[in-house]
Design a protein around this ligand. Structure first.
Ligand code: PEP
Ligand code: MG
Length: 576
């Protein structure tokens, strides 16, 4: 029973069967064929087209599909059965003697190239539909896994090389509950999404994917960072016991979940939710969150090939606000870039996307697109307590530039007599060292701050948050990070504006007492973690505040580690 080491990403313990996911890499196939193989190759093409057509026809009546999903599938059907394309493919096979997959690649590459050259953005974006169809055709012809056609049973653990936010979403939608990836890191968006979907996930340190076999029994132990393959009976029994204990502990944490969270010395701590998709609302309500502290709207763009228009966004935001029934919903404007790349990024590939055209920079450059979102949020603000938050702010100037565009949208809506909340709160993510250092100036132009520690750590320590090779350097408790957090909190308190933490640090039990001691009274976390957080809050007391307020953060990493992982442990040990 081999045991491998992993990095925990999400969940606790999962016992299941190995399911290998072969990604992207196509096996070698012959480019050219003999004349006598032509009929065979034409038949292969016909069968592949037929199979995809049938699977699309089967998927179309699914009630879970949005109108947009259906439009995309119908476009794919149209491309697949296009007579002109079929004829070109057939002649390429019969006259140029290309194999079916090669004929698809050659023909579609030309079509895609022509679309991409078009000035009109609408047509240029159609290239993506052709890319999708070409990929499905080629993967069907050469027999690799078609990522659009995944389906898993509840007890399968998906072993795969890389995960992206869109793949995690596909895995979740296809029924997967657990996965083990070869590459990944705790604060990547794929990992954040995995936690939001309640999946169990680990990143394997060894080349595990090449060592396991389909249908092996596997245990993902995300608590102790182990991946156990084909456990003996004793091991399996002990893991099953632990799983039961965890379930019991979760039930105990439900006690008092509906009540507000006060520290022992009477400080009310507000706990809001981070969400990526409006469909996560059930978890928000079930866990009695005090609102939504971070709605990562850019995820609305994933897995689609067009821009959600103003009305579609308005409908999504309004529905959320109405369902939250007066609780605050902080809508972060699109934070595209980094690992959240979409077709919208039409520029050449950037060498350093995380230092490039992302977040508010992208929005300020693409003003028309930005205004669509701002108008949609403002209109939706008539239906509940909405707030706007800008990502990747580096100083007061870019915040003011963005705020001016909100003002412009308000004036337009006034002219149209369209209702909106005139004193909507507008805040900044504090996720760059410069924003944290300029917090005093920023506080004069912002209505609130939200500390995005995922990026703050990345930019302060110059450590890529997605790169597992440098994961040991990604220290959320590095003194430089804590000093920036503390500076931000002090500036917010001085200016009298709210400050929250919405990065993953806020959901990690070990950091919660430290953040509370530093003066944080507002957390925004994955809704699944609210029961744990409430239990820790209720354990914090006057002495904790005293310890932190008197602590000298001009210190080294080891001293801080001692404070967090030893001195403060009694405050969070109830959940660990
Ligand atoms: C952060 O950077 O901490 C944050 C909350 O934003 P994101 O994880 O979406 O970059
Ligand atoms: Mg961020």
């Amino acid at each position: 029973m081999p045991v491998y080491i992993g990095t925990p990403i999400s969940g606790t313990i999962f016992i299941g069967k190995v399911k290998l996911l072969k990604q992207n890499k196509l096996p070698d196939f012959p480019k050219f064929i003999d004349k006598k193989q032509v009929d065979d190759e034409l038949n292969k093409l016909k069968t592949a087209v037929g199979r995809i057509e049938q699977s699309i026809q089967t998927a179309l009546p699914d009630v879970g599909l949005t109108q947009l999903d259906k439009d995309i599938l119908n476009t794919h059907l149209m491309i697949l059965t296009d007579i002109e394309i079929t004829q070109i493919l057939e002649t390429t096979i019969s006259e140029q003697l290309m194999s079916a997959p090669q004929a698809v690649m050659t023909t579609f590459t030309k079509i895609i190239h022509n679309f991409e050259q078009m000035e009109n953005q609408y047509f240029a974006q159609r290239a993506d539909d052709y890319k999708d169809v070409a990929q499905r055709l080629v993967t069907t012809l050469v027999g690799t896994q078609d990522m659009n056609q995944l389906s898993f049973s509840e007890d399968e653990i998906i072993f795969l090389k890389d995960v992206t936010p869109s793949l995690v979403t596909k895995l979740h939608k296809s029924g997967a509950k657990a996965y083990c990836a070869q590459h990944g890191s705790y604060t990547s968006h794929s990992s954040i999404l995995s936690r939001a979907f309640g999946m169990t996930a680990l990143v394997a340190k060894d080349d595990v994917c090449n060592k396991v076999h389909e249908n092996d029994t596997a245990i993902l132990d995300a608590e102790n960072s182990y991946i156990v393959i084909n456990p003996d009976l004793e091991q399996e029994k002990s893991y099953k016991n632990r799983l039961q204990q965890r379930q019991k502990q979760q039930q105990e944490l439900q006690i008092g979940l509906e009540l507000p969270a006060f520290t022992k010395n009477g400080v009310l701590i507000s706990i809001k939710a981070n969400i990526e998709y409006p469909s996560e609302l059930t978890q928000v309500l079930d866990n009695h969150c005090d609102g939504i502290g971070l709605f990562r709207t850019e995820l609305l763009y994933l897995n689609r090939t067009d821009v959600p228009d103003e009305n579609e966004q308005y409908a999504a935001y309004s529905e959320l606000l109405q369902k939250l029934n007066g609780l605050p919903v902080i809508i972060r404007t699109f934070d595209l870039g980094g690992d959240k790349l979409t077709f919208l990024q039409k520029y050449d590939k950037e060498d350093n996307p995380y230092l490039g055209n992302r977040g508010i920079r992208f929005s300020l450059q693409e003003k028309a697109l930005f205004k669509i979102q701002l108008r949609a949020i403002l209109r939706a603000s008539a239906h509940g307590k909405a707030a706007i938050m800008f990502p990747m702010i580096i100083c007061a100037d870019d915040f003011v530039a963005a705020r001016k565009i909100v003002q412009e949208c308000m004036e337009e809506l006034d002219k149209e007599s369209s209702p909106y909340c005139k004193d909507i709160q507008i805040g900044a993510m504090i996720e760059t060292p410069s924003a944290a250092l300029c917090a005093e100036q920023l506080a004069k132009v912002c209505d609130f701050f939200s500390l995005g520690t995922n990026d703050l750590v990345q930019y302060t320590l110059a450590v890529d948050r997605n790169n597992d090779l440098v994961a040991p350097y990604y220290l959320q408790h590095h003194p430089a990070v804590i000093k920036l957090i503390s500076n931000t909190i002090k500036a917010a308190h001085k200016a009298g504006i709210p400050v929250s933490v919405c990065g993953e640090m806020a959901a990690e039990p070990a950091y919660v007492p430290l953040l509370i001691g530093l003066g944080i009274t507002d957390f925004s976390i994955n809704p699944h973690k609210v029961p744990e957080l409430k239990a820790i809050v209720r354990n914090c007391d006057d002495e904790l505040y005293h310890k932190i307020q008197n602590f000298d953060f001009n210190t080294d990493i080891a001293t801080l580690e001692n404070l967090i992982f030893n001195t403060l442990k009694p405050y969070y040990s109830i959940v660990s």
